[in-house]
Design a binder for this molecule. Structure first.
Ligand code: CA
Length: 438
């Protein structure tokens, strides 16, 4: 899989060399570190999951090559911090044509870069690596009289690589499906587990417990569990509040499996049923989400997703008496922004906000089979919102699914979690009925 990807990448940069650094370990506090997460670009091309590594891909004569710089093996260190592949592992297990210890990078890199037409390297992403690469170029320039030349231009490799990552291969979709399946299982568990009087972090624990038990390496991003007024805070991830009967709770969480993540949001009652006001808002968001999903198909321009959602939600806001006036004028004035302030969609894949162009110059990206995107409309009414019906204040609803564009249209990868009002109330009723009985 990685060999084929590297070959596809190299075909697109004839005569050039590309350099990709691995992610660094990040300090959490004092001498302890965050769990390591490999850089997605590096991982996509190498499958190599260690820090302190650099991949060099050469599309120069005599033939395409893949060179890895890795940490030296060190039995003493490995006892403390885990196994290292070393240079032999890089060749045998990761398919490198050559491998060097990372401390040799400064010495070897000029040799790999010299005489290439162009260099593909993402400047500004990793300051230490910028210095190393620019240093290598300078050392090559000093060898001009020996007949060597430095690459004449530096390009961003992401122009090529991120367009590759945008269109998911069947292997990637298999990973992504595992991630979205486990994501759904976590949300289903939360839908059964929520109880009035519980704290948000307890519900977060239910979701993440299921993620971990089913094999997710980590959540793909900080889980959001916002109850009552917290549901109106878009990136709330403190999750410390006590949830009360009569409130809604919004959960935005995704499981990461083998480098791919799900991204799902559900909003449901902490008790058994939606209140009349909550139901009214929820029904509008659900309607918009289903309408927009129904229209997803190849050829559609990406920005139409958000435009259509804003049109639908403006009609909803009029119905709910949150806005007054003519729909057309309100859409033009973006009046919905007071209650719907975020975008409707983003690409999904190795990163929750995955890479790939949304727009190039004046052209919006057209949907094509293999793209995966979220559809996530919402309505958020601040607890202190002025000029709105009091019963609606403090209600926040978002519903989000992960949609694969297929040749025929689309497939909802996260249809496995309830979102219809009746279905949700039935699940909540059964869950709380059991709790009362048991
Ligand atoms: Ca999202």
């Amino acid at each position: 899989m990685f060999t084929a990807r590297r070959a596809r990448f190299l075909e697109q940069i004839p005569g050039a060399v590309a350099v990709f650094p691995a992610a660094h370990l990040a300090t959490r506090s004092n001498d302890s570190e965050f769990d390591f997460r490999q850089d997605s670009d590096f991982w996509y091309l190498t499958g190599f999951d260690e820090p302190e590594a650099v991949a060099v891909l050469l599309a120069t004569p005599p033939r395409p090559r893949f060179v890895l710089f890795v940490r030296r093996r060190d039995p003493k260190q490995e006892v403390w911090n885990g196994y290292r592949a070393g240079t032999q592992g890089a060749i045998k297990r990761f398919g490198a044509d050559a491998a060097y210890p990372i401390d040799q990078l400064d010495k070897v890199l000029p040799r790999l870069l010299r005489d290439a037409d162009r260099l593909y390297f993402r400047l500004g992403h990793d300051a230490a690596m910028d210095r190393k690469v620019l240093g290598a170029l300078e050392r090559i320039r000093r060898t001009e009289r020996q007949g060597h030349a430095a690459p004449a231009a530096i390009h961003d490799p992401c122009e090529v690589l991120h367009q590759m990552r945008l269109v998911k291969t069947p292997e990637e979709l298999a990973h992504l499906r595992r991630a979205t399946d486990i994501t759904c299982a976590g949300h289903r568990a939360a839908l059964r587990a929520a109880r009035p009087g519980q704290h948000e972090y307890q519900l977060e624990a239910e979701v993440e417990y299921v993620f971990a038990r089913l094999g997710a390496q980590s959540p793909g991003y900080s889980s959001i569990v916002g109850s009552g007024p917290n549901a109106t805070i878009l990136h709330y991830s403190t999750n410390r509040r006590k949830m009360e009967e009569g409130e809604l709770v919004l959960i935005d969480a995704g499981a990461e499996v083998d480098g791919y993540t799900g991204d799902v949001t559900r909003t449901f009652p902490v008790g058994r049923r939606f209140s009349r006001a909550q139901r009214a808002v929820y029904a509008e968001v659900l309607h918009a989400q289903q309408e927009v999903i129904a229209g997803i198909k190849p050829g559609m321009e990406w920005n139409r997703i958000h435009e259509r959602t804003c049109e639908l939600l403006t009609e909803s806001l009029l119905k709910l008496k949150l806005l007054k006036g003519r729909a057309k004028t309100l859409v033009k004035k973006k009046a919905y922004r007071k209650f719907y302030m975020h975008g409707t969609s983003h690409w999904l894949g190795m990163d929750v906000h995955d890479v790939g162009h949304y727009r190039r110059r004046k052209d919006w990206t057209k949907l094509e089979p293999g793209l995966v995107l979220t559809i996530e409309p919402g309505i958020y009414i601040a607890p202190d919102a002025k000029g709105v019906p009091p019963a609606l204040r403090g209600i926040g609803v978002r519903i989000e699914d992960d949609i694969l564009v297929t040749p025929e249209g689309h497939e909802n990868l996260t249809a496995g979690v309830a979102k219809e009002i009746d279905e949700i109330e039935e699940i909540r009723g059964r869950a709380l009925g059991r709790a009362a009985a048991g």
